[in-house]
Design a protein around this ligand. Structure first.
Ligand SMILES: [Zn+2]
Length: 297
């Protein structure tokens, strides 16, 4: 029921004033939470999920989150209608999935994300029970592997990364602007979460990062799901950490160690200083990797 209250408050707080504001208010100066990434692309980093606001003559698209805060940030950049919202990954609270996208906007997501949203489920990362999204809040357009969106004189490639962090995760890539939103495949401050129960694997995350690395260059702007903007080098370091921890856990599992013994060996210990400040602590990550590798034997 709590989610239904959220729906009501977001409908009132975000959508209606936004519509009125479009008709009466001049554009506001962008706040410090909104910064330009490239032609037609702004990052709103002030919310729970990093959201890219893609604006131009054809209208606006949001990529990442679509909560009331993201919509307000988009209004700071442009008063043009929000036509599309592309979900990169799923957080029930941060994505405002219960509220649905802004009035008139079309929500786009990978097939598995719509399936997840359409039924009650337990959020794997938080354990929180999530009710089914209302019909009007579900993605309208879904896709399997890839989708291209042609808007504002440029192109967005949306690439599904299967068997990685969680169901329906994508990488959103603007080739002309050399900007990529990689969702929670990468956390500059933390170890990744892996939704083992829904097909997530460490190898899938590594493969997804390698796909991004193969397309990126030193000038590519890498936007993670949360936290500060990064670059190809940071993403490469992260991939290296995942491979190293995975290899160490695999060796320990191969020696017949129990989970408690693997944790005691601290296979992610050397990375705690760099990645110990995120949502997933080293011990939890090691538990996930252990669960992944032992499940596959
Ligand atoms: Zn996230």
């Amino acid at each position: 029921m709590r989610n239904r209250c959220v729906v009501a408050s977001l409908m009132c707080a975000a959508f209606l004033p936004a519509v009125v504001a479009a008709a009466t208010d001049p554009p506001q100066a962008a706040s410090s939470e909104v910064r330009e990434l490239g032609p037609g692309l702004h990052l709103y980093g002030g919310g729970d999920v990093n959201t890219i606001v893609w604006t131009g003559a054809d209208g606006t698209a949001l990529v990442g989150g679509w909560g009331d805060d993201a919509i307000a940030a988009a209004r700071q950049v442009s008063q043009a209608p929000i036509r599309y919202v592309v979900a990169t990954h799923w957080h029930p609270a941060a994505s405002a999935g219960d509220a649905g996208p802004a009035a008139g906007a079309t929500l786009i997501a990978q097939d598995a994300l719509r399936t997840l949203m359409a039924a009650p489920h337990r959020d794997a990362e938080t354990g929180q029970l999530v009710s089914a999204a209302a019909r009007g809040a579900l993605p309208v357009i879904t896709f399997d592997d890839t989708l291209m969106i042609h808007l504002n004189g440029s192109q967005l490639d949306v690439l599904h990364v299967a068997d990685a962090r969680g169901p329906g995760d994508v990488v959103a890539w603007w080739p002309a602007q050399n900007v990529a939103h990689v969702g929670d495949l990468y956390d500059p401050a933390g170890f990744p979460f892996v939704d083992l129960a829904r097909g997530g694997t460490l190898a899938g995350i590594v493969a997804a990062l390698e796909t991004v690395l193969s397309r990126a260059d030193d000038a590519t702007v890498i936007v993670p799901g949360h936290g500060p903007v990064a670059d190809r080098a940071g993403l490469g370091d992260y991939r290296g950490m995942l491979v190293a921890v995975g290899r160490r856990v695999a060796e320990l599992v191969g020696q017949g160690l129990t989970l408690e013994e693997v944790l005691a060996a601290e296979p992610a210990g050397e990375y705690e200083r760099r990645y110990g400040g995120g949502r997933v602590a080293a011990d939890r990550f090691v538990r996930l990797v252990y669960g992944d590798l032992t499940r596959r034997r």
